[in-house]
Write a protein that binds this ligand. Structure first.
Ligand code: FPP
Length: 253
């Protein structure tokens, strides 16, 4: 790990560019990126991890407050075992070996997803990275790992049902805030924009509740090619969008 200086936050503000407070990213196309180059899929994932590092730096430089990256879905376990193990190794290395750099850049890491049933070493690593970055006040990097939107809604329902059963809550008192507090993302504002790479236009079970009013931007490039030029193109598109939240006039966000 080189000891390069911390990244200058807000160093690259562009006049007129609207910076989302919370950006969600569905990193898609690692396998196709590799195939197009005659390489094994694993090389696509290695290049994908590098692209995520680039995006984290961009979010710091442009002043995004929260970044949620869909790194491994509850459904990804159905991939061939070798590929699953390779991706898990990459995520582990990302979390462990980048920790010092994340701390130096004041990044607060939070992992969302189902933890029960995960390998105990992975559970310890998650707890460790969260604890070591908990007091950081810069970018909040939210890694969706073993995450599925339907599973999240199911566990939220169980938590609320238990509170009702215990007599702590009346069914009539359940509000949207009660639901939000029981989701993995409790305390995090909803994403203003969600970007998906590789030309696919679907959510694939990502932040189902939280994306109710998110702007959706689909870009054709594969995830490993994601760079500053693509980032700016997506934010320029976001800047042009008018967010009405069901009303009739644009609201300043
Ligand atoms: C999508 O490409 C990517 C994934 C399923 C997850 C793996 C993501 C990474 C390795 C990025 C780095 C993340 C961290 C936290 C280090 P795909 O395999 O679905 O591509 P395809 O649709 O072209 O086959």
């Amino acid at each position: 790990m080189s000891s390069t200086p911390a990244i200058d936050s807000n160093a690259h503000q562009k006049p007129g560019l609207r910076i989302p407070r919370h950006l969600g990213i569905i990193m898609d196309g690692n396998g196709r990126w590799a195939r197009a180059r005659g390489k094994p899929r694993t090389e696509g994932h290695v290049a994908g991890a590098k692209a995520l590092r680039r995006l984290v730096e961009l979010c710091i430089r442009y002043g995004v407050e929260h970044l949620t990256a869909f790194s491994f879905s509850s459904e990804n376990w159905t991939r061939p075992r070798d590929e699953v193990n390779f991706i898990l190794g990459l995520i582990r290395r990302f979390v462990a070996s980048d920790l010092e750099k994340l701390v130096r850049n004041n990044v607060h890491v939070r992992i969302i997803g189902e933890r029960d049933g995960l390998d105990p070493a992975m559970q310890r690593l998650i707890a460790d990275v969260e604890a070591k970055t908990a007091r950081n006040t810069g970018l909040e990097l939210i890694i969706a790992f073993n995450y599925g939107g339907k599973a999240e809604i199911t566990q939220m329902t169980r938590r609320i049902a238990r509170a009702v059963q215990a007599g702590e809550l009346e069914p009539g008192d359940i509000t949207e805030e009660t639901v939000e507090r029981a989701l993995y993302t409790s305390g995090i504002p909803d994403p203003d924009v969600i970007i998906r790479t590789s030309g696919e236009q679907r959510f694939s079970n990502f932040l189902l509740w939280q994306s109710a009013y998110s702007e959706l931007i689909f870009i054709d490039e594969y995830w490993p090619d994601f760079d500053e030029e693509i980032f700016l193109r997506a934010l320029e598109e976001y800047t042009r969008r008018e967010r009405r939240f069901g009303g009739i006039e644009a609201r300043i966000t």
